[in-house]
Design a binder for this molecule. Structure first.
Ligand code: ASP
Ligand code: MG
Length: 468
């Protein structure tokens, strides 16, 4: 029966948007128990992170400017959203939260430092602000609601900035904090994005992590459905900015959605589906700007799908190659050491290929993580580099990643060939290919200049623009 709904940054981006989110929440709340999970207002998380960087750099006046913007955006929203009688209390609440943030930021300013744990505590204030406003507004509309800090519900490990939930502890916390509210017919409005360690230190789940918070809450409460409200109509066959005839898909599987998310589709945080798999909780991806549209259903299994379902791409990636200078070293050992270094750097490898003949291998990472990648690689293979056993790490940033995804691709002979032919017809060089062991995804690295054309060619070749 229980429905968990998550509203993202654009769905919480203004008084007008919050009204719509509240209306949707109220409609559902009249029918069944609901838990709402909210993101910070759009751009607020960036503003908070930027403020902390400014603080660390000792930029007092930039920090003050940011704080002003932070106050203005929330005060303005609050005044527009709430009836006069409720404003004083809400404004005081906002003032208190931003005060908390500014105390942490001032601490960073004094120390010229930005400890990860303080960042996580400070940055979650964006979500606490929007949860407060949403709960106040629901109350003013006659819906009993309570703002809940996700840190009190979601238990995580201590990887600050990218924490992983501890599900058993989270279940216990959810039973203690959320259940009693639901039992009294009160609508909990929980902050997305944040959690805390077992000993209470604040953590966050990574950028875009509110989706993940919502799925963690859904799993912990055995919800019957999760609805994720965004600003697009659902999961599409391609990025509509690149492929004008891209279509919204009626349904995709958990695996497909996860593959698409990991490979750059922005609809879902990649880790969202993992907590739901065990309990088979279905997800809907819906557009709060067009709530009447059905959106995309994400389910464990779809009967009878044929061919690929969608194509996605990532432009801001880099191909890193490691190559032995001679055959003295074991290629396998070098690879193991390199991957170990990447794991310690907490870097996600997007694709990897190797050649057993030349003992070299290359892997794809996000450009934003490149600095950490080279730092950790050089450190852990420093002797090999120093003695000339390995050639210097080579990095190519003029590449892009394409992923073609679909359960129906399993065991479809000739499909990969057709896709590669479609790309070469456009005279685009294929740099590397990796077919996942699941046969669900073909990942292709191409020259950056040809990336968009390759996506279009694949979309066309696979007939994705036409409903089938
Ligand atoms: N506000 C957080 C972010 O921007 C979490 C989210 O929006 O999902 O990353
Ligand atoms: Mg998001």
């Amino acid at each position: 029966m229980l429905l968990v709904m998550k509203f993202g940054g654009t769905s919480m981006g203004s008084a007008e948007r919050i009204r719509v989110a509240a209306r949707i929440s109220r409609e559902q709340h009249q029918r069944r128990p609901v838990v709402v999970v909210v993101s910070a207002m759009s751009k607020i998380t960036d503003l908070l992170l930027d403020s902390l960087r400014k603080a660390e750099a000792g930029d007092q006046s930039d920090l003050d400017q940011n704080l002003k913007t932070l106050y203005a955006r929330h005060f303005e929203c609050c005044r527009e959203l709430l009836p006069p009688a409720r404003q004083e209390a809400a404004l005081a609440g906002i003032h208190g939260l931003i005060g908390e943030f500014s105390r942490i930021a001032k601490g960073c300013l004094m120390l010229n430092d930005r400890p990860p744990r303080s960042i996580d505590e400070a940055v979650a204030i964006g979500e606490r602000l929007s949860a407060l406003m949403m709960a106040e507004y629901l109350e003013s509309e006659g819906v009993p609601a309570a703002a809940v800090n996700g840190a009190d519900v979601i238990a995580t490990d201590a990887v600050f900035g990218n924490a992983t939930p501890l599900m058993d502890a989270t279940r216990e916390r959810a039973a203690k904090i959320l259940r009693p509210l639901l039992d009294q017919n009160i609508l909990p409005v929980m902050t997305g994005f944040n959690g805390s360690t077992l000993d209470g230190r604040p953590t966050t789940l990574g950028r875009g992590g509110s989706d993940f918070s919502a799925s963690i809450a859904a799993a912990a409460l055995d919800a019957s459905e999760l609805w994720i409200w965004t600003d697009v109509d659902g999961i599409m066959t391609g990025d509509p900015r690149l492929v004008p005839d891209a279509r919204v898909l009626d349904a995709v599987t958990y695996n497909e959605a996860a593959e698409l998310a990991y490979n750059g589709a922005k609809v879902l945080h990649p880790r969202t589906l993992a907590p739901l798999v065990e309990r088979h909780i279905p997800v809907w991806s819906k557009n709060s700007f067009a709530p009447e549209k059905p959106g995309t259903r994400i389910v464990p299994k779809i009967e009878s799908t044929r061919g690929p379902h969608a194509v996605t791409s990532m432009a801001d990636v880099a191909l890193v190659s490691i190559e032995p200078a001679n055959s003295v070293l074991s290629g396998t050992k070098v690879m193991a050491r390199a991957l170990g270094a990447l794991a310690r750097a907490n870097v996600e490898v997007l694709a990897i290929t190797s050649s057993s003949y030349r003992q070299n291998f290359c892997f794809l990472v996000r450009q934003s993580e490149l600095e950490r990648v080279t730092e950790y690689l050089e450190e852990s293979l420093s002797l090999e580099f120093a003695h000339g056993y390995l050639k210097p790490v080579s990095v190519d940033c003029h590449v892009g990643l394409i992923a073609v995804v679909g359960e129906g691709m399993r065991g479809t002979p000739g499909l990969a060939g057709r896709i590669f032919t479609a790309i070469s017809r456009e005279k685009i060089n294929i740099i590397a290919i990796a077919q996942g062991s699941s046969e669900l995804t073909i990942a292709i690295v191409v020259h950056r200049d040809g990336l968009n054309r390759a996506v279009q060619a694949i979309h066309r070749e696979c007939g994705l623009g036409v409903a089938n």
